[in-house]
Write a protein that binds this ligand. Sequence first.
Ligand SMILES: [Zn+2]
Length: 241
Amino acid sequence: MAGGNRSLETPALVVSSRRFKEADQILTLYTRDRGRVSAIAKGIRRTKSRLGGRLEPFSLVEISLHLGRSSLYSITGAQTIRTFQAVRDRLYRMDEGARLLEDVRRYFPEEEENAAAFNLLVRAVGYLSLAESREAAAGVVLAARSKLLVAHGYLPELDSCQKCGEDEFLCAFDPSLGGVVCRDCYGEGVQDCFRLSDQGLTALREVLVRPLSEAAEVRVSKAVSGEVERAVSRIFDHHGH
Ligand SMILES: [Zn+2]
């Protein structure tokens, strides 16, 4: 921290929380100014706590943090910006949204500012809170996850074979090459390469270019969304920490 300033105020999305000792919680936050951080909320489980109820997953808060001797921040205050309570009110929104938060927890680098990823995440939770069906919620989450890949600099290459440059007969996805391969190159000693149908490739292209605001409207078959899901997850895995 610059200039010995060990305090920080920043908007943050609550990603997860778990009990710690008798009255505390340890939270994972995705902050606008410092990326993913872990922070302890002391005494939050006591009934008189000022923080109680404000720090549930999917909540957007203005958080006050202090860095003590350990690498763990302490939460010294939190003001609610948006509760996004509607996400927690429907199980299907929670279920689908959990994948998004899991990505943040597992793959987003710690203490690395990424305002684009932060804004995308907040918008995605906003659309998720409005999703009227499980399919709509799944569409929002899949689109958001694919756009978060791009926000982290992992834009998949979908227009030509990543081995030979061929732009026809593209039929598989190779996470280690970061893009598609053609039928001649598919399976040549690559480990985690997997088949991508024409519909899957089209859906993956579309999900990357279409605005997030339209994601809830998109309907593709389970098989096709499964392929897109797999591609997105494998790219995250490949870059995982
Ligand atoms: Zn090829």
